[in-house]
Design a protein around this ligand. Structure first.
Ligand SMILES: [Zn+2]
Length: 345
């Protein structure tokens, strides 16, 4: 196939040669080179077609047909070979990517129950076993339910702007869960035995033991003949179930506007068993809650006859209980959402 002269017989030989070459090509790149050489704009087939003019009128159509057949045959052979290379390339890549089942897996991040929720659930479970029901109430309260009905008068320090988040129009973010007691007593005659868990809010600057939002559980027991002994028994059962059978309770006289008499309640230190350590400030005791007998003024506000009925109430901070139970020394850890901390529970 040198120069312009060619014969139909030459083309037949050439076709066999080029198809051989294609079948032996070692890569897609070689196939591409063959395609350019044969079928490209300046390729051999194009050259043949240009030279058709040198043939006689009779030879021309036959030669044209043979050249086109050559072109089709080369084109098909190139495509078939290229497909073969692509398929084996895909197989090779799949092999490279195949899953090695001996490698460690990617660990999924499962959620966990927050330590506050966990502590809350343990507390509720204990009181539910003791026959208490669970009541809830709104987090945004009127000043009446948050203060007045609980015998906290206008000039009481607890109503100070510094402690309370005031909302427009006589509403506050409840500073404790005690308003739930009032709401339940207003709508239900004694006997009453319930606990009221929930969030409370105070505008304290955050430190190791204060956050502007925290959780409380309050309890209320109202019936005929309820006395301080019942309160001590219930709290003793609670403390032992929560912190262990060896825990002892101590009641210290205190003051709350809505109970009379009132007490701060301590448990014997669960770290040093009462010997005195850093956690209990060397006292051997840890304060866990406040309690007392419901003040007759509170019964008056909800129209319960305080001559006939008596009751006790108690309230505790869930964070405080959780900190003691799980050995946490800074309340802010509960709310920083640090997974390294939360994963420990
Ligand atoms: Zn201690």
């Amino acid at each position: 196939m040198s120069g312009n002269a060619f014969s139909l017989k030459d083309i037949g030989d050439i076709q066999n040669d080029v198809l051989d070459e294609i079948s032996q090509a070692g890569s897609l790149q070689v196939l591409e080179e063959l395609r350019v050489r044969w079928l490209g704009r300046k390729g051999i087939v194009q050259d043949y077609l240009k030279n058709l003019g040198t043939l006689s009128k009779e030879e021309r159509p036959v030669a044209g047909k043979v050249i086109n057949e050559l072109k089709d045959a080369v084109k098909t052979a190139l495509e078939v070979s290229a497909n073969g290379f692509q398929a084996s390339e895909t197989i090779r890549r799949l092999n490279d990517e195949k899953i090695d089942i001996t490698l460690p897996g990617v660990r999924r991040n499962f959620g966990r129950i927050h330590p506050i929720t966990k502590a809350m659930a343990s507390i509720l479970e204990i009181f539910i076993e003791l026959g208490f029901s669970v009541k809830e109430g709104p987090e945004i309260e009127t000043e009446y339910y948050n203060f007045e009905a609980l015998n906290i008068p206008e000039n009481h320090p607890a109503r100070d702007m510094q402690d309370t988040f005031y909302v427009n129009g006589g509403w506050v973010l409840r500073t404790h869960t005690s308003p739930i007691q009032i709401r339940v007593m207003e709508n239900n005659p004694p006997p009453l035995r319930f606990i009221a868990p929930g969030k409370a809010f105070r505008s304290d600057p955050p430190d190791a033991s204060h956050t502007p939002m925290f959780h409380q559980v309050e309890g209320l027991f109202v019936d005929e003949g309820v006395h301080f002994g019942h309160l001590k028994y219930i709290l003793d059962v609670f403390a032992k179930k929560m912190f262990g059978e060896k825990v002892r309770l101590r009641f210290r006289p205190s003051f709350f506007p809505f109970t009379e008499p009132s007490a701060e309640v301590d448990i014997s230190c669960i770290i040093c068993k009462g010997k005195g350590c850093r956690v209990c400030s060397r006292t051997g005791w840890l304060e866990i809650l406040g309690a007392g007998m419901v003040d007759p003024e509170v019964f008056k506000a909800v129209d319960i006859d305080s001559e006939r009925y008596t009751g006790f109430a108690f309230g505790m901070g869930i964070e405080r209980i959780a900190m003691l139970k799980y050995g946490i020394n800074d309340i802010r850890l509960f709310f920083e959402n640090d997974k390294r901390f939360l994963d420990q529970f």
